[in-house]
Design a protein around this ligand. Structure first.
Ligand code: AMP
Length: 298
């Protein structure tokens, strides 16, 4: 926005409705959106910094999307830290925060219904049924539906997503392509704590001991990446060796999946594959489910 001068410490305009956004949009020029569920950390901040490089104004949406949570997942206990998030957005020079109430995103919200009253949704297709989609049925339908709504409400030219959620990034890119959405999708690399753990809003759930166990995920991925020259079987074997040991630590790491996939389709690569790939893992440590991945070249 042109009227702002001190970009480091201005307070973003907080919007909660479609009408407020519509009134603001003409003043924002080329606009980049960083969609988030709040509880902002260094990973979100890096996406905001990347967004600023590509637009005149940056919008951050903060919305814990009920449609992407399964009935037994952590929707209710998901961390909600709006005041700290607003401060982080101020520090990062964000122009607009869009923090809608559930009723703005889901006007017919009905919590007694599995579909929450959202009748028309975006079908992610086969990419939405593998890996994360297999373990979290309905997750990518919920993600694509809310991302589509956010694009329509905020009308960004650019949207920035994290490599941390590599399958989400791939599915969103596919939606933009298949539905001809007028948005350029950019990706930011995964931000990690110094010990290797990918920063995540869910890391606050981890006790010190659980956090120590959780380091097996990134260690396994790095071991896999180090073995890239030995081909797909070598990558998977190196990562599996680390995860195999992590089953015996306290508390143990319980793996949902480890897979080496094509980054665009999320189809598992075969034994003689060469080219870009993503090594992805999901695992439980105690009551917390973590995901992580590394891009690599075979
Ligand atoms: P979330 O708030 O978890 O829905 O994430 C919002 C956006 O931040 C998504 O595009 C994520 O992929 C991205 N993100 C989350 N964690 C990280 C991280 N450690 N590094 C980079 N991007 C991240």
């Amino acid at each position: 926005m042109t009227e702002s001068t001190d970009s480091a410490h201005r307070t973003p305009v907080v919007t909660r409705t479609a009408e407020e956004l519509r009134a603001l949009r003409p003043k924002l020029g080329r606009l980049a959106l960083v969609p988030t569920m709040g509880a902002l950390h260094a990973g979100h901040r890096s996406l905001i910094a990347a967004a600023r490089e590509h637009a005149d104004s940056v919008a951050v949406s903060i919305f814990v999307n009920p449609l992407q949570f399964g009935p037994n997942e952590d929707y209710d206990r998901y961390p909600r830290t709006f005041d700290a998030d607003l401060l982080a957005c101020s520090e990062e020079g964000v122009d607009v925060v869009f923090a809608p109430p559930v009723e703005v995103m889901y006007p017919d919200v009905d919590r007694s219904r599995e579909d929450l009253g959202q009748i028309v949704t975006v079908d992610p297709g086969p990419m939405g049924r593998v890996l994360e989609g297999e373990f979290r049925p309905g997750f990518f339908r919920g993600v694509l539906t809310v991302v589509n709504k956010l694009f329509n409400l905020v009308r960004p030219d650019v949207a920035v997503f994290g490599q941390k959620d590599a399958q989400q990034l791939a599915v969103v890119r596919r939606m933009v392509r298949d539905l001809c959405l007028p948005v350029t999708v950019l990706a930011g690399p995964t931000v990690r704590d110094p010990d290797g753990l990918a920063t995540s809003s869910r890391n606050v759930y981890l006790s010190d001991q659980e956090r120590a166990s959780a380091l097996a995920l990134s260690r396994a991925l790095f071991a896999g990446a180090d073995a890239a020259a030995s081909g797909p079987a070598g990558v998977l074997a190196a990562a599996r060796a680390v995860l195999g040991e992590a089953v015996h630590v306290t508390p143990p790491v319980s793996v949902d999946y480890l897979a080496l996939v094509d980054p665009a389709t999320f189809v598992e690569v075969d034994g003689d594959y060469r080219g870009e790939a993503v090594l992805a893992v999901a695992a439980w440590v105690g009551e917390t489910r973590l995901i992580d991945n590394v891009p690599l070249t075979l």
